[in-house]
Design a protein around this ligand. Structure first.
Ligand code: COA
Length: 209
């Protein structure tokens, strides 16, 4: 298995990447921002993505997006092909793209929004912390991506303050001046699961009534 910075030569995988993202969201029954093959190709051409290949078989992918004039950067669209799940590949891909993002955008805050517990755990281990949406980018172009998610009505109902996704942020300034580290107990990862369950029960109940 190799995990590399993607380029134009990987364009042939763009449709498969989009289909795998969409299929997986259907299986999970969660919302997801839609991606087109054309959009993925721009990420490849600009070297703003990481791809995992097993020989020439597609295994996984993740890309970088910059928002708010580069003040915020997201590592989005993480996908591991079902044939390669649960062996730590997502963790490796996220580590490669995280280190690459830190080099390419050293002063940017790195953030993500997700409903996925696996992603929350990985982000947490990389040094991200859960935050409210008010601490994320206010770039409308980012939030526009949520329009294609089936939970978009929740986001608009709450004036973009909260939704089923949990926001997570890596702040390089905080790492330079660390506060007392009270976060590192493994129990805190369980808190993320609880947070997710509570949000789902509140929002989805309101949605039905
Ligand atoms: C989520 C996804 C990327 C995980 O890929 P993966 O390669 O199987 O993940 P890893 O093996 O690296 O696992 C990382 C951690 O998450 C945990 N994990 C993996 N899948 C999980 C799941 N479905 N639910 C809860 N935890 C999960 C693993 O146990 C591991 O935890 P650990 O650090 O305690 O050992 C993959 O299942 C996928 O592509 N799903 C569909 C797309 C998706 O949900 N993308 C995220 C959108 S934000």
């Amino acid at each position: 298995m190799e995990i590399v910075i993607a380029d134009k030569s990987h364009s042939k995988y763009a449709s498969l990447i989009c289909d795998t993202i969409e299929e997986s969201a259907k299986v999970r029954g969660t919302g997801i921002a839609k991606r087109t093959p054309e959009y993925i190709i721009t990420k490849l051409e600009n070297n703003n993505a990481v791809i995992a290949l097993d020989g020439d078989k597609f295994a996984g992918f993740c890309y970088i997006e910059a928002w708010g004039h580069g003040k915020f950067v997201a590592n989005s669209g993480l996908i591991v092909h079902p044939d390669y799940r649960n062996v730590g590949l997502a963790k490796k891909i996220k580590k490669v793209i995280f280190d690459y993002t830190r080099k390419k955008y050293p002063d940017a805050k790195i953030f993500g929004i997700t409903t996925g517990l696996a992603v929350m755990k990985i982000n947490y281990d990389l040094g991200y912390r859960p935050v409210t949406f008010s601490e994320l980018t206010d770039d409308p172009a980012f939030w526009k991506g949520c329009q294609t998610c089936k939970n978009y009505d929740i986001l608009t109902r709450t004036d973009r303050k909260m939704c089923l996704c949990t926001g997570m942020l890596y702040d390089p300034d905080e790492k330079k001046n660390p506060k007392e580290e009270i976060h590192e107990h493994p129990y805190n990862r369980k808190v993320l699961q609880r947070l997710k369950n509570i949000k789902q029960s509140i929002f989805l109940k309101n949605k039905k009534s």
